[in-house]
Write a protein that binds this ligand. Structure first.
Ligand code: TMP
Length: 212
C-alpha cells in the first residue's frame, strides 16, 4: 500500500501579459531549496501529445467546441501521465495554467459560458482541484503593453481587448467564488514584492505539510 502523503498541486493563472511565467521557475527553485520534490509543467501541454495539441491550439484556427474539447483532451492525458502519478508519489506539481484557464478563456473570453466547461471538468477530473492557485492580475492596459513587447503573438494573444476583459472578469469572479483556493496577486507590483509575498506563502505550505 502507498503510505506516501500526496503532494500538493499548485497552479498559476492570469491573462496573457500578467507576468506569471516570470515566477514559475523561481517557485520551483524555492520549493526545491525547501526540500520539496517538484514537477514543473504547463497547460496546454506537459506531455508529448499535449505539446502537439498545444501547437495546434495556439496556431491553428478551429471552432470553439474543438478548442474547448482539445484543451480537456490534453488535460486528460496530462493528468494521467504526469500530474496524478507525481502527486501520488508525494511530489508537488507546479502547473502553469489548469482548468481555471478554460473557464476564463473559453467560458469568458470566447463566451461559451460555464455549463459545458463544468461538465467537462466533472468528466476529466471530478475529484481533483489545485490545492492553491495564484491568480496574477493586472489591468488590461498593462497586460497589453507587456504583450506588445513580446515576440510573435499566438491565436489568443492576438485577441481584442474585450476578449481579455471578459477573461479577466471570469478569473476575478472565480477568485471571489473559490476564495480559499485562489489567491489574487496584484501583478502591478515589482517582481521582488511579488516574490516576497509568494515566499511567505511557500513557507506556510511547507510548514503545513510538515516539511519545514
Ligand atoms: P501560456 O501562454 O500561458 O502558456 O498559455 C497558452 C494560451 O492558452 C494562453 O493564451 C491561454 C490559453 N489557454 C486557454 O485558452 N484555455 C486553457 O484551458 C488553457 C490551459 C490555456
Amino acid at each position: 500500500m502507498n503510505t506516501q502523503p500526496r503532494g500538493l498541486f499548485l497552479t498559476l493563472e492570469g491573462v496573457d501579459g500578467a507576468g506569471k511565467s516570470t515566477h514559475v521557475q523561481w517557485l520551483v527553485d524555492q520549493l526545491t531549496e525547501r526540500g520539496v520534490q517538484v514537477v514543473c509543467t504547463r497547460e496546454p501541454g506537459g506531455t508529448e501529445l499535449g505539446e502537439k495539441l498545444r501547437a495546434l491550439l495556439l496556431h491553428q484556427p478551429m471552432s470553439l467546441e474543438c478548442e474547448t474539447l482539445l484543451m480537456f483532451a490534453a488535460r486528460a492525458e496530462h493528468l494521467e501521465v504526469v500530474i496524478e502519478p507525481a502527486l501520488r508519489a508525494g511530489q508537488w506539481v507546479v502547473c502553469d495554467r489548469f482548468t481555471d484557464a478554460t473557464f476564463a478563456y473559453q467560458g469568458g473570453g470566447r463566451q461559451l459560458g460555464v455549463e459545458r466547461i463544468a461538465a467537462l471538468e466533472h468528466w476529466v477530473h471530478p475529484d481533483l482541484q489545485p490545492d492553491c492557485t495564484w491568480l496574477f492580475d493586472v489591468p488590461l492596459d498593462i497586460a497589453r503593453e507587456r504583450l506588445d513587447r513580446t515576440r510573435e503573438q499566438d491565436r489568443f494573444e492576438q485577441e481584442a481587448d474585450a476578449f481579455f476583459e471578459r477573461t479577466r472578469a471570469v478569473y476575478l469572479a472565480r477568485a471571489q467564488q473559490h476564495g480559499a483556493r485562489i489567491q489574487r496577486i496584484d501583478a502591478t507590483q515589482t517582481i521582488e514584492q511579488i516574490r516576497q509575498h509568494l515566499s511567505r506563502q511557500l513557507d506556510q505550505l511547507v510548514t503545513i505539510r510538515g516539511l519545514g
